[in-house]
Structures are given as structure tokens and as C-alpha cells.
Design a protein around this ligand. Structure first.
Ligand code: SF4
Length: 63
């Protein structure tokens, strides 16, 4: 499993991660990000794309 962290001090709710993997990242009605914190290895490419696309470099993956 891959652990996913988002630095909430950095995230500005741009939503690029949501566009890439809406099943893993969600913005609520107040534009507050939530996400799946443990993700199967099969989704590594989507996670790496989200990490690389986040304009605030707020997403970090581990494992
Ligand atoms: S792409 Fe980055 S800044 Fe935008 S919602 Fe996702 S974590 Fe936040």
C-alpha cells in the first residue's frame, strides 16, 4: 500500500488532484480537500501524476 499525505497548510484547493483521480481525492462543498490515505500499489501512476501536477507541491506519497 502507498501512503498519501497532503499538507493542508499548502493545499489551496486547486483541484488538479481531483481531476486526475476523483475516487482518491475529493473537494467538499467548502472546497476542503479529503483523500484516501492508503492506496493500492496499482494506482501508483495516478498518485505520481497527482504529485507532479499539484501546483502547491502539497501531495507526498510514501511506500
Ligand atoms: S492539486 Fe494540490 S493544491 Fe490542488 S487540491 Fe490537490 S492537493 Fe490541493
Amino acid at each position: 500500500m502507498i501512503k498519501v499525505h497532503i499538507d493542508l497548510n499548502l493545499c489551496q484547493s486547486h483541484g488538479e488532484c481531483v481531476a486526475i483521480a476523483p475516487d482518491l481525492f475529493q473537494l467538499d462543498e467548502n472546497d476542503f480537500i479529503s483523500w484516501q490515505e492508503e492506496v493500492d500499489d496499482s494506482r501508483r501512476a495516478d498518485l505520481e501524476a497527482a504529485v507532479n501536477t499539484c501546483p502547491m507541491t502539497a501531495i507526498r506519497i510514501e511506500g
